[in-house]
Design a protein around this ligand. Structure first.
Ligand SMILES: NC(=O)c1ccc[n+]([C@@H]2O[C@H](COP(=O)([O-])OP(=O)(O)OC[C@H]3O[C@@H](n4cnc5c(N)ncnc54)[C@H](O)[C@@H]3O)[C@@H](O)[C@H]2O)c1
Length: 380
């Protein structure tokens, strides 16, 4: 088959390009299967996707160069804050924010912001070439609770979208970061503590897509040498941006509701323990793992942990700062998801291999959230 393709491509593209196709065929069986058969028989039709990634030798960045970074899904809870930090570190114009929604004025004025649908491979290809991207930070996703309500869309965005970015990382030799989650574990995993390597049988489409991402990324790393890096984040707590429909969102909502209305209704039982992390710790862990030299990474997917608490413990910590407020508990379908997730994350590999260390405990987390939100919602 390889010889047939070689002959046909020689006919269509001439001997020099055809040589490259043949060489590439030997190295890239996956791409060959999906693209080459069609390429041979319908070369003009499918040329772009397959052909572009191999005709030019990609420019490989030197360690220490300032990277040019594309963030997908950058208008969500994590993306805006990350872009801000990376722009301070690497320069405003080196960080390209992207999403499918219209950005608020302050984002548009803060640096490059473009439309990028994770399902549109060709558009992503164009962005990577035009903006000389070196690192891709892939945030586009439907989170756990939202994903359960629209499984077909979650499969498209979380799985098909991931296929697109992995293929781009391979073709253009990008360093790629894909976040995973505590939701990548399930009821059969050890829950306290949950190590990096153990049984992963999640029960949500979100979790299934994240396990798929971890495995596919690691496969692309050992098969094609893609510089894939992945952290499993706990529930992320932030004051500046709103959470995107996850099971741990209560730990953000409580601060808004208590400060605005003096009361909070929790959708989890009071004793539901889950790993959590303040956003500054989360974004710092991401930047640290992106900057660490490859040889230090013994794994490609690491747990990172900071705090583990229950709603009741969070209420007690918050009462040290705001003594009077009312809480009620009305568990809904998110309780079942939480019951299948880790209670405490074991992140000893991240600590040992690249020096991960969180800075925010539950009291410091409450102080910073209350400070920020009291300034946002001044007392009437
Ligand atoms: N926030 C957390 O607590 C948490 C915890 C663990 C892992 N993560 C992971 O981190 C990443 C970012 O999380 P987040 O909280 O910022 O998510 P979010 O839901 O707040 O934002 C996701 C973004 O993806 C965008 N998006 C949706 N469909 C898209 C498409 N077709 N093309 C391009 N963009 C699209 C949305 O517009 C949104 O802005 C996700 O992969 C998530 O799974 C988040």
């Amino acid at each position: 088959m390889s010889a047939v393709c070689h002959n046909l491509s020689q006919f269509y593209y001439g001997p020099r390009v055809s040589m490259k196709i043949s060489r590439h065929l030997k190295e890239n069986v996956w791409t060959w299967k999906s693209g080459m058969a069609a390429q041979c028989f319908f070369p003009r039709m499918v040329g772009a996707r397959f052909f572009n990634g191999m005709t030019t030798d990609p420019v490989v960045r030197e360690e220490g160069d300032t990277p040019r970074v594309l963030i997908t899904g950058s208008l969500g809870q994590l993306g805006t804050g990350l872009a801000k930090i990376l722009r301070t570190k690497y320069g405003r114009d080196n960080i390209i924010m992207s999403d499918i929604i219209k950005a608020p004025k302050q984002i548009v004025e803060s640096g490059p912001y473009i439309y990028a649908d994770i399902l549109d491979f060709k558009n992503l290809q164009e962005i990577i070439v035009t903006h000389h991207i070196d690192w891709l930070i892939h945030f586009s996703a439907l989170l756990s609770a939202i994903g359960e309500h629209n499984v077909p869309l979650a499969m498209r965005v979380n799985i098909e979208g991931l296929h697109n970015v992995m293929e781009l990382a391979k073709q253009y030799r990008l360093r790629i970061f894909v976040p995973s989650t505590i939701g990548a574990f399930g009821p059969d995993s050890p829950r306290n503590p949950t190590p990096d390597l153990c049984v992963q049988r999640p029960r949500t489409i979100y979790g299934v897509s994240k396990v798929h991402g971890e495995l596919l990324g690691e496969y692309y790393q050992h098969k094609f040498g893609v510089d894939f890096r992945c952290l499993r984040f706990p529930g992320v707590i932030s004051a500046d941006t709103h959470p995107g429909g996850g099971t741990t969102d209560y730990a953000v909502q409580i601060f808004h509701d208590v400060i605005k209305q003096g009361k909070f209704q929790c959708y989890l039982r009071p004793n539901t323990r889950l790993p959590m992390m303040y956003i500054d710790d989360c974004l710092r862990s991401l930047i640290e793992v992106m900057e660490v030299p490859e040889e230090k990474l013994k794994l490609r997917t690491y747990n990172v942990a900071a705090i583990s608490f229950t709603p009741e413990e969070l209420v007690q910590a918050l009462k040290k700062l705001i003594p009077e407020f009312h809480v009620s508990y009305h568990p809904d379908s998110r309780q079942d998801i939480a019951d299948s997730w880790p209670e405490v994350f074991d992140d000893s590999n991240a600590r040992n291999d690249w020096g991960w260390k969180p800075e925010y405990d539950i009291d410091r987390l409450c102080e910073v959230m209350v400070d920020k939100l009291q300034a946002k919602y001044p007392k009437k």
